[in-house]
Design a protein around this ligand. Structure first.
Ligand code: FES
Ligand code: FES
Length: 79
């Protein structure tokens, strides 16, 4: 399995909608950060499905090192 690459060292703010599914890019290779665009093909990595429980602004991890996938947990501060 390939390691994820760092897409950015800061999270991406997204206005999410309650009940909607989102597919977070875990590999770091997507051109549509923070979400999957299929670029993980061949890496052995897969996107992470996440369902919004409530509407509002969420901060998605772009460094791909978070322990709380798919959301930022502050780990990017130590990169
Ligand atoms: Fe990164 Fe799909 S492009 S997980
Ligand atoms: Fe990855 Fe914050 S952007 S932990």
């Amino acid at each position: 399995m390939t390691e994820p690459v760092i897409a950015d060292k800061a999270p991406v703010a997204v206005e999410v909608e309650a009940g909607k599914n989102y597919f977070w890019c875990a590999c770091g290779r997507s051109k549509k950060q923070p979400f999957c665009d299929g670029s993980h093909d061949g890496t052995g990595l897969q996107p992470v499905k996440w369902t919004a429980e409530a509407s509002g602004r969420k901060f998605f991890c772009a460094c791909k090192q978070t322990a709380g996938q798919p959301l930022c947990d502050g780990t990017h501060n130590s990169l």
